[in-house]
Design a protein around this ligand. Sequence first.
Ligand code: HEM
Length: 408
Amino acid sequence: MGEIDRRKMLASGGALAVLGALGGASSAHARPAWTWSASGSVAGAGAGVDPQLVWDEEADSLVASLLDRGAVPQVNEQLRTWTKNDQPLPEGLPADLRDFMERARRLPAWTDRGKLATAVEFNDKRGLYLGVLYGLASGMMSTVIPKEARAVYYSYGGADMKDRISKTAKLGYDIGSRNAYQPDGEMIVTCVKTRLVHAAVRHLLPQSPHWAGVAPEDVPISQADMMVTWHSLPTTVWQKLVAWQVPIPAAESEAFLHSWQVGAHLLGIEDEYIPATWEQANAQAEQVLDPVLAPTPEGIDLADVLLGLGEEIDGGILTRPVLGSFTRFMLGDQISEWLKIPREPFWDWGLNTFWGPFVAVREGVLDVFPGTGKLYWTFDEFLRQAALLFLSEAGPISIEIPTGNRPS
Ligand code: HEM
């Protein structure tokens, strides 16, 4: 395989990352009881209402009204030019939308600029691991979150997964970029636009025939659903870094969490549901994420699309087994079986045997890699290419408010 082909193949893993942020409808699974206490949140206190019954009231009624009055196509056009955090909102936006966006774009009072600066250092240092983790851990995990899988499938963007993937990947790029929350960065804009998109999905998806008969509490993208997806991103990534024994100073660990806490707030998640520490995040994830994981026909289909992303490069001959094996390595046998990912004896063995020593040598914990130099290089190149693709900007991308569901 040539250099470019190999690069494309490795990069297709990075593209999977985006699924970590897509989402849907009702799960066949019983909903776990909500007992996580708001005392562990960034707010430190709260009403303690079950977040499965809370959505984003202000954004939701505003966007429903924009949709009902047919204003969305024009709003989308106006917002195309709004790309930088400090940029004034475009002229001519409806007054109610403008008011909302002016408020929604403000960083929370608890933002710590020092921590955000440290997060930049962390992203710089750990960008290689982050690419593959967002890609294969978060991305593939989203296909076994039933509500996400169904929302992705039946919403407007479900008809064109590649376009959707690049739009969602933008958030991963923006949060990891050097100027993420700085005046010339784009993360605030991306979050506020995404908040509007989610509000539209809450209005539109329940009108889909696939939602017929679902209970009111299954309106998609509740605060609980948002936290589930959030945990599939930073919490899952964090747990893997810890499991791989990547040494990370406490200040960087807190900073990485902080950048995602600020992101959660800007996406419309209420402060009382955003965990204040990794310990709290792990506890919440155990309650809201772990019990909902399950296969669905839509998720199996999406996973198959994702594992086939490399098909245009090599017909899937190498890309599919490698991506499948990495998925098994990251998420384990049960999820792999749910997703009908076959075992790959060579790759499964290679990852299980040599990934630990590879990370140890990379991190200076071990002096000598026990496998061949070629294998070490292959792992290193995999990280490099996945990070390159996932964490590099994919050209100008416009996140737009949908006006309908999946057409077919
Ligand atoms: C769209 C991120 C949670 C469902 C998007 C987009 C981003 C994003 C960046 C814009 C991409 C696009 O327009 O195609 C996130 C993040 C989340 C989150 C970071 C949590 C931290 C969820 C959840 C659901 C969901 C929980 C559903 C259960 C959707 C859908 C769209 C979307 C259906 C696209 C609408 C369309 O294309 O028609 N999300 N999301 N998201 N999200 Fe989320």
